[in-house]
Design a protein around this ligand. Structure first.
Ligand SMILES: Cc1cc2nc3c(=O)[nH]c(=O)nc-3n(C[C@H](O)[C@H](O)[C@H](O)COP(=O)(O)OP(=O)(O)OC[C@H]3O[C@@H](n4cnc5c(N)ncnc54)[C@H](O)[C@@H]3O)c2cc1C
Length: 443
């Protein structure tokens, strides 16, 4: 529906709820219709194409064994760390046990919500400001879109943390979050059936980022800055003796001056950090009853609290197959602590019963959203005890860093976490406010 004029960097927007009226050429991402922002596609390179570009570059790398920095785990945080460190001119080796990307860890599933009015805690907002800037810088560098501004509709009882916490962060940091009365909610978002006593909020600049495409893009750019990245190479152990760090994999022994552990759900298997819980989470995609109403640009990202159930539900618009490939349909999930699991033996099959439980919860509030389930997958959360991230030096070693415990809400930060890890590795400190994420809070 939207046409992008590259010479003017302007958008021609066509609004679904205003038939046949073309609204102005607006600057990309700057259009806000009262409370709802619509974002369009510029250049969206599909995962398969990015993947084959990266594969070609991975096959022609040198085979050194000594590096300034080794990053173990090239997933969400590790790919960004490789990029940011290599960009500063250091020699970097990234070691990934699987392919890049893959479906065994925490970055599966096409889309991740990004928002600034952080209900979890306002401490995260300065990091999010930087994360947004860094996603934008990456997009400019690769001429490819990673962040999609759809707006995020929140609804729930006014006293629920989802609503109260969002309002608190929005007020503290002046973030654009508007409250919608019932009529406005129904006019703008007729897809939702929200109980009358619920509060509706819309965060205008929120939307989603694309995890696999972001990880591939960071990997490709890291390679451009001369990082060396090995896939399908599992780190078996690492040690530090006399100031030299040695890393042993199933293929080789390497040495480095600094080590970065971004091993996600495998962190407890691989370090002294034993207070992490790994859980199995479920994602599902469905064909909506009225597909047009749920397409990107007609439907926002959303999240709601149903006080009869723990956690919150959230979801995404249906993305065009031409750019985003499979799975297709609207995507949704339940953000709550799933069953404890082991990342090496997790059950990847989603049962009919698990799908049905999720579908019933969503149908209550989005009655026309689901006709049939088109796909479902599992993915892993790595919970810290307080659900805040852990970003720190490892056991007080100033040459070993750890970033883990992202507790199911870390992806949106990947662009700033990589930068923080590069600052810590290079300067021994970060300019970003990360004291609240230090591991000594559990002592
Ligand atoms: C279903 C689901 C929905 C989510 N939704 C959102 C959302 O909407 N918004 C949001 O911000 N976040 C969301 N998240 C959370 C976010 O995706 C995670 O916090 C983030 O991906 C964690 O990144 P990571 O780098 O720690 O883990 P990963 O991306 O899994 O990376 C860890 C990497 O380390 C590698 N590794 C581990 N051990 C070794 C070894 N010994 N040798 C070599 N490599 C190794 C792994 O193979 C893996 O590739 C969601 C997560 C899930 C599961």
């Amino acid at each position: 529906m939207n046409a992008f004029n590259h010479s003017t960097n302007l958008y021609l927007l066509h609004l679904n709820n205003q038939e046949n009226i073309f609204i102005y050429y607006m600057k990309r991402r700057e259009f806000i219709g009262n409370t709802f922002a619509i974002g369009g596609l510029t250049s969206v390179i599909p995962i398969s194409q990015l993947y084959s570009n990266v594969q070609k570059k991975l096959s022609i790398q040198n085979k050194k064994t000594n590096y300034d920095v080794i990053v173990i785990g090239v997933g969400s945080m590790g790919s960004s760390a490789c990029y940011h460190i290599a960009k500063q001119g250091l020699s970097v080796l990234g070691l990934e046990q699987f392919d890049i990307p893959h479906e065994m860890g925490s970055h599966t599933g096409q889309s991740r919500i990004i928002r600034k009015a952080y209900f979890e805690h306002p401490n995260y907002v300065p990091l999010l400001e930087r994360a947004y800037q860094n996603w934008r810088s990456l997009e400019q560098e690769i001429s490819n879109q990673i962040y999609f501004k759809t707006g995020l509709l929140y609804f729930g009882p006014s006293k629920h943390l989802l609503i109260k916490g969002t309002q608190k962060s929005a007020i503290k940091y002046g973030i654009k979050v508007n409250e919608l009365n019932r009529k406005e909610q129904l006019d703008k978002f007729p897809q939702f059936k929200v109980p009358e006593n619920y509060t509706n909020l819309i965060e205008v600049d929120a939307g989603f980022v694309t995890p696999e495409r972001a990880i591939l893009s960071y990997t490709e750019q890291a390679l451009k800055y001369k990082a060396v990245i090995h896939t399908k190479e599992k780190t078996l152990e690492w040690s530090k003796k006399g100031g030299i760090i040695q890393v042993k994999t199933n293929k080789q022994i390497y040495k480095c001056k600094k080590l970065v552990l971004t091993t996600g759900a495998w962190t407890s298997k691989f370090s002294d950090v034993k207070n992490l819980d790994v859980t199995r989470q479920i994602l599902a995609w469905a064909k909506p009853k009225k597909p047009d109403m749920f397409e990107l640009n007609n439907f926002p990202c959303w999240t709601f609290a149903d006080p009869s159930v723990n956690g919150i539900y959230y979801g995404f618009p249906s993305l065009p197959r031409s750019s985003f490939e499979e799975p297709s349909g609207i995507k949704f999930a339940h953000h709550t602590k799933g069953k404890l699991t082991d990342p090496d033996i997790v059950n990847k099959n989603v049962s009919k019963e698990e799908e049905n439980t999720l579908v019933e919860a969503i149908k209550k509030f989005i009655p026309k959203g689901i006709e049939t389930i088109t796909s479902s997958k599992t993915c892993l959360y790595t919970y810290s005890p307080d659900e805040d991230f852990i970003i720190d030096f490892y056991n007080n070693n100033d040459d070993i860093l750890i970033a883990s415990g992202f507790s199911g809400h870390g992806f949106k930060f990947a662009s700033v976490i990589g930068e923080i890890l590069s600052e810590l590795a290079i300067n021994g400190k970060s300019i970003h406010p990360i004291n609240f994420l230090k591991s000594n809070r559990f002592n």
